[in-house]
Design a protein around this ligand. Structure first.
Ligand SMILES: Nc1nc2c(ncn2[C@@H]2O[C@H](COP(=O)(O)OP(=O)(O)OP(=O)(O)O)[C@@H](O)[C@H]2O)c(=O)[nH]1
Ligand SMILES: [Mg+2]
Length: 319
């Protein structure tokens, strides 16, 4: 009996990376859920999961959605997902909250419940809080995106709250970045300050049903035209009834085609980001644990050793 049970359980759970490759290629929801949980918890099995996943990436279009709290991001993502489903595309949604390590999980729960795709197998939704992700949120987000990509999702939407440094790092993983802005006073100044004009490929003025929307759009257009690099496309939406959402979906698809060229190039860029993050973490740990740290500090203070030389000794293998 015990042996049979064990056999069933072993069958149910892929172990080697070859098993995971096969399981991910089937694209089932249960496999996807299990794989993401392992990656999220940094479980020992996560290595095999990711090893398999990273040979299968390069299919999904990755869309980053960010913007100030309450701008309507979740509502807009919900409407965008509906539009993608009408186009017969499968979707993965990942809600990331870098700002609230303690309450993040609960808040994200509320935020995610707004999506009205609970019974649709073509929509897979997960949340990711920063709690426990000491390895860097961009890296763990990238890993989860890779798993969704590997499992064959056509579009992966990553929603982050706010426009701080972590959000910018997270949206950096995306092929196309959407910044959602709600109408209000002093929009152009605020937008420029928040640095969103630099990261946005598409700047969406949501809540276009509210009277100040036209002024907001004009202000953002003018602010965007002063920025360095390519100005973002400015669009208006009403997320609550879907107005402007098909146009936004078209625009995202078009920009994706122009941008990195192929989804494979996007996946390669995403992996580069994760590798650099991982390497930085190893370097920091090595420097902290270095037995000669105190001696190197002394030498620098005495003027016997150059600071930059001391720093590179901390991460090299020579003492
Ligand atoms: N009038 C109007 N209200 C909207 C629109 N889109 C969203 N809302 C409302 O704005 C509020 C916030 O919407 P959310 O989608 O939760 O906004 P969010 O940016 O995801 O919020 P956080 O995740 O908390 O940062 C909700 O009450 C929505 O119903 C819109 O186009 N017009
Ligand atoms: Mg939200």
């Amino acid at each position: 009996m015990g042996r049979i049970l064990r056999a069933i359980m072993t069958n149910a759970l892929p172990t080697t990376s070859a098993d995971w490759t096969h399981a991910l290629q089937q694209g089932g929801r249960a496999t996807l859920a299990r794989a993401i949980t392992m990656v999220e918890n940094d479980a020992p099995e996560a290595r095999e999961v990711l090893r398999a996943a990273r040979t299968l990436t390069g299919h999904a279009l990755v869309v980053g959605v960010t913007g100030a709290p309450g701008a309507g991001k979740s509502t807009l993502v919900g409407a965008y997902v509906s539009e993608l489903r009408r186009r017969d595309l499968s979707v993965g949604v990942l809600a990331v909250d870098p700002s609230s390590p303690l309450t993040g999980g609960a808040l994200l729960g509320d935020r995610i419940r707004m999506l009205t795709h609970a019974g649709d197998p073509g929509v897979f939704v997960r949340s990711l809080a920063s709690r426990g992700h000491l390895g860097g949120l961009a890296r763990s987000t990238g890993a989860v995106v890779d798993v969704m990509d590997a499992a064959g999702r056509d579009v992966v939407v990553v929603e982050t709250v706010g426009v701080g440094q972590s959000e910018i790092e997270v949206t950096d993983l995306a092929d196309v970045r959407v910044v959602v802005w709600a109408p209000g006073a002093g929009d152009d100044v605020q937008a420029a300050k928040a640095g969103i004009l630099e990261i946005a490929d598409v700047l969406v003025v949501n809540k276009a049903d509210l009277p100040p929307a036209a002024a907001t759009e004009a202000a953002l257009r003018s602010a965007a035209s002063y920025g360095a690099g390519r100005a973002p496309t400015v669009m208006r939406t009403i997320a609550t009834n879907g107005t402007g959402v098909p146009e936004m979906a078209d625009q995202i698809a078009e920009l994706a085609q122009q941008a990195s060229g192929s989804r494979a190039a996007g996946a390669a860029r995403r992996l580069q980001r994760q590798l650099v993050d991982a390497a930085a973490m190893v370097a920091r740990q090595r420097a902290q644990d270095h037995s000669g740290l105190a001696d190197l500090c002394r030498a620098v203070r005495k003027g016997e050793l150059d600071f930059d030389e001391a720093a590179s000794r901390l991460i090299s293998f020579k003492a």
